[in-house]
Design a protein around this ligand. Sequence first.
Ligand SMILES: [Zn+2]
Length: 60
Amino acid sequence: MGEASGQSTSTFGGVVYECVRCGTRQTAEELSRLPEIKCICGYRVLRKARPQIVKQLKAI
Ligand SMILES: [Zn+2]
């Protein structure tokens, strides 16, 4: 028995950032592991994006 491997990172509640240049998405958790916040393409301008759209408008 040991500690649970999964840690709850409530600080980054599933926030995803999208590169405005190439559109690559990375989670805030992944970005936090990097020495600096930037995309794999080298661009530093990221915008917040939602990991998945849960709420949808009724457009029937
Ligand atoms: Zn990029």
